[in-house]
Design a protein around this ligand. Structure first.
Ligand code: BES
Ligand code: MG
Ligand code: ZN
Length: 489
């Protein structure tokens, strides 16, 4: 899909999406010219005859000569914002697809005076990409009605271009992340994902290292190795590095982003019941997220050094699986008694966090489908964020807001470590049933020395069973936008 800005009178679109506020129906210049071109269709047919109210997301379609006008309600003028722009773009692009033979859609969204036009253009771009996404690789019948071009109408089109281009990079990264999450575990094995990561790194001029079992043994990734030992798929650890070039001064900061990479979580010997296992091919959503972020970073080229890490394996029951009661010596030397083989993500992250410490970075952020408990607490539309530096957490929450994602902080208290007491080892990998998301975060804290660390639990937000605002059902690419915003702002 091509997306670009265009002068309003130059549009040749099949569908023209045009917005109206609920409380102010003054026609803007584009609407005035449409009105002239199509015999008062806007002022008469839409506003008077159809009594179109402009309520948020209310729509009305009106055929005109050679095209269709899709009127969209923007709601109350003072309540309008860029998040609504994105939702409107995602929903109207889907609707336009259904209007016969549509190939080009033009957008004319009003500014309420509180937004920068570039932000509107950027969010139309992102919204249309998100709305148009679907994973049809395994369908024999593909959707033939895809929109080919999106025009963003503005009187100074060239001014919109940088925002549109950045949003396209973000949208492409999200599409990449979603594709990987939707892939069955049988396809997206640790080896396959390592291959995909290598391809991504090579295409974008990034450095990559991939470690297999033997190397991981030599490097003491014992907690991670234990989780993968029940699977016939070889486990892989990937490390991609982006180093800024062409800047006069060294990087502003160094960041490590870590994604949980369980390519299938059966629960292991503590096997999950069928309903809970259904979506467990998505337990690598953290890895898919940070890979997508690297793809975007390589194109945006900020003056920040970024290390992407992921410990990839399957959590499977077999004769060689790790068992409850096993004591693991993690990479940082601390010992862990396995209390539940289904609390595997934190074991793989523990060693990845230790590896990140060795990179001497300023910030560490991990993204993980870590606990069912975070879904109980926050549902499917809010990601839980935890950490030990209040200022840093606040910063990440602000970045998420700016990027259009919901984050909510959950606490980590020191005495939560009591919950993790083991009789024979330094700690066990689970606590009591209560405060599960925080307990998991408290566990992770034993394995990072980073002063600025944020843990993002996306168990609820990575994959949806129904659409939410601009997000489709299924993979959401949760935290891709937030991390890109954090790294490139
Ligand atoms: N991958 C799951 C968490 C999860 C649950 C992700 C639902 C997405 C949707 C994780 O590995 C897990 O199994 N966690 C256990 C931990 C428990 C055994 C302490 C959980 O939350 O039930
Ligand atoms: Mg599990
Ligand atoms: Zn898991």
């Amino acid at each position: 899909m091509e997306i670009y800005a265009k002068l309003p009178h130059e549009t040749t679109a099949d569908v023209i999406v045009t917005g109206f506020f609920e409380d102010d129906k003054t026609l803007n210049d584009t609407q005035k010219s449409l009105d002239e071109k199509f015999e008062n269709v806007v002022s008469k047919n839409i506003l008077e005859v159809e009594n179109f109210k402009g309520k948020y997301l209310e729509t009305f379609t009106c055929p005109v000569q050679g095209a269709k006008i899709l009127a969209i309600g923007l709601g109350k003028k003072e309540e309008f914002n860029v998040d609504k722009v994105r939702e409107i773009a995602a929903k109207t692009i889907k609707q336009s697809e259904k209007l016969s033979k549509t190939k080009t859609v033009a957008f004319n969204i009003q500014n309420n005076g509180n937004m920068c036009c570039c932000k509107i253009a950027g969010n139309i771009t992102l919204g249309t990409i998100m709305g148009e996404y679907d994973f049809d690789k395994y369908k024999t019948k593909k959707n033939e009605e895809k929109i080919e071009r999106v025009e963003i109408l503005h009187c100074k089109p060239e001014k919109m271009t940088p925002a549109i281009e950045k949003a396209k990079i973000t949208g492409d990264a999200m599409d990449f992340t979603k594709d990987l999450i939707f892939e069955p575990a049988e396809y997206a094995t640790p080896t396959k994902i390592a291959e995909i990561a290598t391809g991504l790194a090579n295409e974008n001029g990034l450095e990559i290292k991939v470690f297999g079992r033997e190397e991981l043994k030599a490097m003491n990734f014992n907690a991670f190795l234990a989780v993968g030992q029940g699977s016939v798929q070889e486990q892989k650890f990937i490390h991609i590095k982006y180093v800024p070039k062409n800047f006069n001064e060294g990087p502003e900061k160094k960041i490590a982003i870590i994604g949980k990479g369980i390519t299938f979580d059966s629960g292991g010997l503590d096997i999950k019941p069928p309903a809970s296992m259904l979506t467990m091919k998505t337990d690598m959503s953290g890895c898919a997220c940070v890979l997508g972020v690297m793809k975007a970073i390589a194109k945006i080229k900020p003056n920040v050094e970024v290390h992407m890490l992921s410990a990839l394996c399957e959590n499977m029951p077999s004769g060689s699986s790790y068992k409850v009661g096993d004591v693991l010596v993690a990479k940082n030397g601390k010992t862990i008694e396995v209390d539940n083989t289904d609390a595997e993500g934190r074991l793989t992250l523990a060693d990845a966090l230790t590896y990140a410490d060795e990179l001497n970075v300023d910030e560490v952020i991990d993204v993980a489908t870590l606990t069912g408990a975070v879904i109980v607490a926050l549902g499917n539309t809010i990601t839980g964020v935890m950490g030990h530096d209040e200022e840093f957490i606040k910063e990440i929450i602000e970045d998420a807001k700016e990027a259009g994602e919901n984050l909510w902080q959950m606490p980590i208290l020191d005495d939560m470590q009591d919950n993790l007491k083991s009789d024979i080892a330094d700690m066990r990998n689970t606590g009591s049933r209560y405060a599960g998301a925080s307990t998991a975060a408290r566990f992770l804290l034993n394995f990072t020395k980073a002063k600025k660390w944020a843990h993002l639990d996306i168990a609820g937000t990575a994959f949806l069973d129904k659409p939410y605002k601009e997000l489709n059902k299924g993979a959401t690419a949760a935290m891709v936008r937030t991390l890109i915003q954090h790294i490139t702002k």
